[in-house]
Write a protein that binds this ligand. Structure first.
Ligand code: SF4
Ligand code: SF4
Length: 92
């Protein structure tokens, strides 16, 4: 039996995406951030740098909390998704 790679396991996740983001950025703080650690710690690549601005999309979030822990400027309002929304790992 061969072991599955991380990518193969992640591909088995299912998502119930909420229209309401469960994570929000304080953009005025992000605009002045040089470190931008969120870009490097998010395993789902939910953060992107575009034209010098950080953008965020909650749809592929794995709810790991790494972005919240890594942001030393406390610019992330973090919570789990509402109710039955979010990622499901039961198939991985
Ligand atoms: S979320 Fe935190 S680490 Fe990411 S750009 Fe904003 S202030 Fe910087
Ligand atoms: S909680 Fe984890 S997966 Fe979700 S945005 Fe933050 S770092 Fe990315």
């Amino acid at each position: 039996m061969s072991l599955m790679t991380i990518e193969q396991r992640l591909a088995l996740n299912t998502y119930e995406v909420d229209t309401e983001p469960h994570i929000r950025l304080k953009e005025e703080i992000c605009r002045q951030c040089e470190r931008q650690s969120c870009l490097y710690v998010c395993p789902a690549e939910c953060f992107k740098a575009r034209e010098g601005k950080i953008s965020f999309n909650h749809e592929g979030c794995l709810e790991c909390g790494s972005c919240h822990i890594s942001c030393s400027r406390e610019a992330i309002e973090w919570s789990y998704p509402r109710g039955h929304f979010g990622v499901s790992y039961e198939y991985g």
